[in-house]
Design a protein around this ligand. Structure first.
Ligand code: FNR
Length: 219
């Protein structure tokens, strides 16, 4: 028991956000996302943990249909290339999946990492240099959960050519685009991951993933 635990209903709300969050590709409503709501979810992202408190992120809010179309065109090409990597049944199933909502989502959001934000030597990044990128992923997850609580769907689109994404958004060379997200209100949230529903892959049993003291020790 901890004196610092949330009250039961507050804890339930947090777990509700975690368990009902979904990757949304196909249920976006055209309703605009009000600026104050967008600011709240961006503030949640900005309160993520970061190595050395580096806060290496920027948030590029994309609403211009022309920019979205450019990125969607790149997705279409990348997705064809991706489909070609699978064979047989898997390829047919892959081709049926909807894997982005770039044009339908009223807001697209690129979360980037400025790897030089706080100088060359960063507390906590001295030995594992990728820690700044991981910090940005923490920001993505904060935003994803806050968005769920706001009734907003979020979909991560990573089937893109990084150089074309950079070009479309004018991202300088030293900045790394970490996540491209589609954001908007939705008609509904699926109860289970869409990939699970489509028979692509299921959730693994937690007990197979937890080791004790050494890699591979499950008991
Ligand atoms: C880094 C990364 C990258 C991607 C994703 C996620 C993450 C974490 N996901 C979403 C992914 O398919 C989804 O999270 C899982 O299928 C689990 O579903 P829920 O997120 O629980 O709904 C994803 N989905 C999609 O339709 N197109 C994509 O390009 C990607 N890319």
């Amino acid at each position: 028991m901890s004196d610092h635990a949330f009250a039961p209903e507050e804890r339930d709300a947090l777990y509700k956000a975690i368990f009902s969050r979904r990757d949304v590709r196909g249920q976006f409503a055209p309703d605009p996302v009000p600026e104050d709501v967008l600011t709240r979810v961006l503030t949640a992202a900005h309160h993520a943990p970061s190595v050395g408190f580096m806060q290496p992120w920027n948030f590029i809010v994309v609403q211009d249909p022309a920019v979205k179309s450019q990125i969607h065109a790149d997705f279409s090409q990348a997705n064809e290339e991706a489909a070609a990597l699978f064979t047989g049944e898997r390829k047919a199933l892959y081709s049926r999946l909807k894997l982005e909502g770039i044009r339908e989502a009223p807001v697209n959001l690129c979360i980037t990492c400025d790897r030089e934000r706080s100088g060359p030597v960063v507390l906590g990044r001295t030995h594992i240099p990728t820690m700044d990128l991981y910090s940005c992923v923490c920001a993505v997850q904060n935003l994803w959960l806050a968005a769920r609580a706001e009734g907003l769907g979020v979909g991560w689109v990573s089937i893109l050519h990084e150089d074309r994404l950079r070009e479309a958004l004018g991202i300088p060379e030293r900045i790394v685009p970490v996540a491209y997200l589609c954001l908007g209100y939705v008609s509904h949230f699926h109860e289970t991951p869409e990939l699970e529903k489509a028979g692509w892959r299921s959730r693994l049993p937690l007990e197979d993933l937890v080791f004790r003291d050494r890699w591979g020790e499950t008991t």
